[in-house]
Ligand binder design. Structure first.
Ligand code: FCB
Length: 476
C-alpha cells in the first residue's frame, strides 16, 4: 500500500529545481536587492485584526534538556541504527530548554498573536503517575511569560513523545494508554490553570498510529497492517477522554484536536482509480476525522480483514465524538493514487514542484480540502495549526533569502483566503515552524523554520520569510 516516509516519498530532494518568477517582488530602495512580501486581497478575513497568526513548535523537536525528563519513544527510536537519516537525536536539539526566554523574545519580535507549543509528557509526569514539579515549572514559566507579553498559548498535549515506560506496556496498542493520557491531561491542566488560551489533545494521530505502528518509519517503529487501526483507536479514545477532562478542568479554553490531511487525487478519472483514491482518502484522512466529528469509522472498515480492525468497546465512539471548540488542520502537500491489482490502492511518488523534503507544492489542495470538509461535516472554526516548507536554505552574508519559502507561504495563505471565500470559517494560521529543528526521521537535515538555527552555536537568525510573515501580521 504505502511505504514512504510521512507525506510520501522523500526522494529526489536534489531535483528541487523550482524556479519561481514571482509577481511579488517588491523593489527595495537601493540596488538590485529584491525582497518578496506576503500579500492578501484587501478586505480578506485573513487581514482582520482578530484573525490569529502564530508560530508552532513541538517539545521533542526543539527542547533538548533530555537529562531532566524521562525517556520517550523517540529517544529509543533515535538510538536504533538507521532510523534517523543523519543518526541524530533530541538530546540537545535547539536547546530551547535553557534558551526559552530568548526564544520568547524572538517570538515577540515577530509580532505574532499566538505560539503553539507542545508539552512533553515524560517531562511533566513521573513513572508513578504524579506531576514532576521541575517539568511543570518549565512550562508554567513559559506560559506566564507568554501571558505577560500578550501572546496566546496554544498548547498541544501530545505531539508524539510518549513516555517509554508506557510504550513498554504496549504503548498505543494498549487501551490503558488512553486512560493514562486522560490522567496526565487531568493533572497538567489543573497545574496550568488560567494560563492557556487553547488546548489540542493530539497532534496528527495519523502519524502516531500509521507511521509509528503500521509502517514503522516513526517511533516506536512497529510494522504490521494489523496494528495501525488498533493504535489509532486508542489514540482517538484518549482524545475523547481528554476532551471530557478539558470540558471539566478548562471550560474557558478553546479545546480541540489537530489532524493532518494529505488530500488524495486520482491519476485518472477511471472508475477503478477513483475508487482506489476514495479508499486511500478514507484510510489516511477520514479515518481520523469521521470518528471525531460523527462518531463512526469510514465504511471501508468492513473491507478490512477482521484482524486489522480496531477493538471497539460499547460507548467508545460516543466518547471519541466529543464536541470541539475548533479543529486544527495541518496541511503540507497532496498525494496521487491509482488502482492496484494487489492492494486497495497504489500511491504514486510526488511530482514537481517539490520542497526540499520531496513533497509536492500544490496550494490549491488546501482550498479544495477545506471546502470539501465543510461540505461533508458540520465544522467548528478551523485553525491551520501547521503549514510551511522545508527549503534548501543558503546562509549568505549573515542572511537567508528564502524567497522560495515566502512564495510557499504566499500561495498557501491565498489558498486559505480562497477557502474563506467559499464559506469556510477560518480563525487562525500557524507557520511551521518558528525555527529549524529536529525533523523526526529526517533529523536536522530538513529546515522548516522561518528562523534559522546554527546547530553549532545555537544562534538564531530570522530568515527573509520570518520578516515577511512578521510584516504581514504587524501591518494589518
Ligand atoms: C508535521 C508534524 C511537525 C513537523 C511537520 C513538518 O507532520 O506535526 O512536527 O514535523 O510535519
Amino acid at each position: 500500500m504505502i511505504n514512504q516516509i510521512k507525506y510520501g516519498s522523500a526522494s529526489n530532494n536534489k531535483f528541487n529545481i523550482r524556479s519561481i518568477q514571482s509577481k511579488l517582488y517588491q523593489k527595495r530602495s537601493r540596488g538590485f536587492l529584491l525582497m518578496k512580501q506576503l500579500s492578501l486581497p484587501s478586505g480578506s478575513p485573513l487581514l482582520a485584526k482578530n484573525f490569529t497568526y502564530g508560530v508552532a513548535t513541538a517539545s521533542f523537536q526543539i527542547e533538548g534538556g533530555a537529562a531532566d525528563r524521562l525517556p520517550c519513544i523517540w529517544d529509543t527510536f533515535c538510538s536504533k541504527e538507521g532510523k534517523i537519516v543523519d543518526n541524530s537525536n533530541g538530546d540537545v536539539a535547539c536547546e530551547h530548554y535553557t534558551r526559552w526566554k530568548d526564544d520568547i523574545n524572538l517570538i515577540e519580535s515577530l509580532g505574532v498573536d499566538a505560539y503553539r507549543l507542545s508539552i512533553s509528557w515524560p517531562r511533566v509526569m513521573t513513572k508513578s503517575g504524579h506531576l514532576n514539579p521541575t517539568g511543570v515549572k518549565f512550562y508554567t514559566d513559559i506560559l506566564d511569560e507568554l501571558k505577560r507579553r500578550n501572546i496566546k498559548a496554544f498548547v498541544t498535549l501530545y505531539h508524539w513523545d510518549l513516555p517509554q515506560h508506557i510504550e513498554d506496556e504496549g504503548g498505543w496498542l494498549n487501551r490503558n494508554t488512553a486512560y493514562e493520557f486522560a490522567h496526565y491531561t487531568d493533572l497538567i491542566t489543573k497545574a496550568f490553570g488560567e494560563r492557556v488560551h487553547s488546548y489540542a489533545t493530539l497532534n496528527e494521530p495519523f502519524c502516531s498510529s500509521y507511521l509509528g505502528y503500521e509502517i514503522g518509519v516513526h517511533a516506536p517503529g512497529i510494522v504490521g497492517r494489523e496494528f495501525g487501526r488498533k493504535a489509532a483507536h486508542h489514540l482517538l479514545l484518549g482524545h475523547g477522554l481528554a476532551m471530557q477532562v478539558l470540558a471539566k478542568n478548562s471550560p474557558n479554553t478553546l479545546n480541540g484536536i489537530v489532524l493532518n490531511f494529505t488530500p488524495c487525487y486520482s491519476v485518472t478519472q477511471s472508475e477503478d482509480d477513483l475508487k482506489a483514491t476514495a479508499f486511500a482518502d478514507d484510510y489516511i484522512n477520514q479515518w481520523y476525522m469521521q470518528p471525531v466529528m460523527q462518531g463512526k469509522y469510514p465504511d471501508i472498515i468492513k473491507q478490512l480483514p477482521k484482524a486489522h480492525r480496531p477493538d471497539i468497546l460499547d460507548g467508545d465512539m460516543e466518547i471519541i465524538a466529543q464536541p470541539l471548540d475548533y479543529l486544527g488542520v495541518n496541511f503540507y502537500t497532496r498525494m496521487h493514487y491509482q488502482a492496484s491489482d494487489t492492494d486497495f490502492y497504489h500511491e504514486l511518488p510526488h511530482k514537481a514542484p517539490m520542497t526540499d523534503i520531496g513533497w509536492e507544492i500544490y496550494p490549491k489542495a488546501l482550498t479544495e480540502l477545506l471546502v470539501s470538509l465543510n461540505e461533508k461535516y458540520t465544522l467548528p472554526p478551523i485553525y491551520i495549526t501547521e503549514n510551511g516548507a522545508a527549503m534548501a536554505d543558503e546562509f549568505k552574508g549573515g542572511e537567508i533569502k528564502d524567497n522560495d519559502r515566502i512564495e510557499y507561504y504566499h500561495e498557501h495563505l491565498n489558498a486559505l483566503h480562497n477557502a474563506t471565500e467559499q464559506g469556510v470559517k477560518v480563525d487562525g494560521y500557524f507557520a511551521w515552524s518558528l525555527m529549524d529543528n529536529f525533523e523526526w526521521a529526517e533529523g536536522y537535515l530538513k529546515r522548516f523554520g522561518i528562523v534559522h538555527v546554527d546547530y553549532d552555536t545555537q544562534k538564531r537568525t530570522v530568515k527573509a520569510s520570518g520578516k515577511a510573515y512578521s510584516n504581514l501580521i504587524t501591518s494589518r
